[in-house]
Design a protein around this ligand. Sequence first.
Ligand code: KG4
Ligand code: ZN
Length: 335
Amino acid sequence: MRILGIETSCDETAASVVEDGVRILSNQIASQVEIHARYGGIVPEVASRQHILTIIPIIKQAMARAKVDWGDLDGVAVTIGPGLAGSLLVGVNAAKAIALARGLPLTGVNHLEGHIYANWLGNSIPLFPLVCLIVSGGHSDLVLMKGHGDYVVLGRTRDDAAGEAFDKAARILELGYPGGPAIERAARAGTASLKMARAWLKGTSDFSFSGVKTELLRLVEGGKISLSADQGNEQVTAADAAASFQEAVVDVLVAKTIEVAKERRVRQILLAGGVASNQLLRRRLIENSPAPVLVPELVLCTDNAAMIAACGYYRFQAGRTDSLDLDVFPSLKLA
Ligand code: KG4
Ligand code: ZN
């Protein structure tokens, strides 16, 4: 069964063909990152206009790369939310047009579900029950899965998402955009010499990252962190600050994920979302986990359409198709 996946929820225009939910035939991604970088963040109106320009070429590329024609496809899966309304609309309308013109079944996919299903595109198939830590620009969720399409959100962030915290920290440290990769790069040249606050929120599986971000801002404003090339005696570098910040965020993410995995006696831990490409997070989780850890390859952590096609395959298997009046849901939740 070959599914065409389409993803336009944020600033990546992506299309992919996936076979039987596990084999990637193509995975095309057009990133707008350079366009938005000059504004220091995503401008929604610019994003939707760019999706309109890119969507048809990227779908054609995905079909050509996969060496498939319309007649070789068995269904279309598209992200319906959460995300930017104008951006989502571009992908959903393209998917509907293809479904209508070719008489193909259509299924709308939750972007977060898609991130989880990136783990089905690796070398080993995930085993239930499992717990998945989804850490992206908009979400930090700990999700228990006992089967396909069965999600119980055990914890979520109460303020900033992990990726959002990385992005804001990078802005504070003047390291550029997008922040996650910039912090990770800077941290490699530094040491985690600052002991930054961790919000443990004991007795819950929730997260909070706004405190550590504010602490970073105070340390810059107070002169403890020097953003220039020369440091005073009492000062630390931006690289040290980046390493300390990364350490604090990863510490909480890993400890809380492992706590839940033990409590629920899961067979596996999955990582998903853009922040899952962080090497320290991957390493720490693998080193400390009581169960095998699956992590998607790097290109499948950040936004892509292969994960949407993979998730769409399981939705079709479960008979979950949508009609042509499918709409977008910018604030869609997981469960
Ligand atoms: O999943 P994603 O591509 O888009 C959303 O659905 O939000 O995640 C993007 C987020 C951004 O906040 C970005 O800074 C973060 O993932 N990110 C990282 C890394 N690569 C991307 N955060 C930490 N370390 C990284 N290497
Ligand atoms: Zn995402």
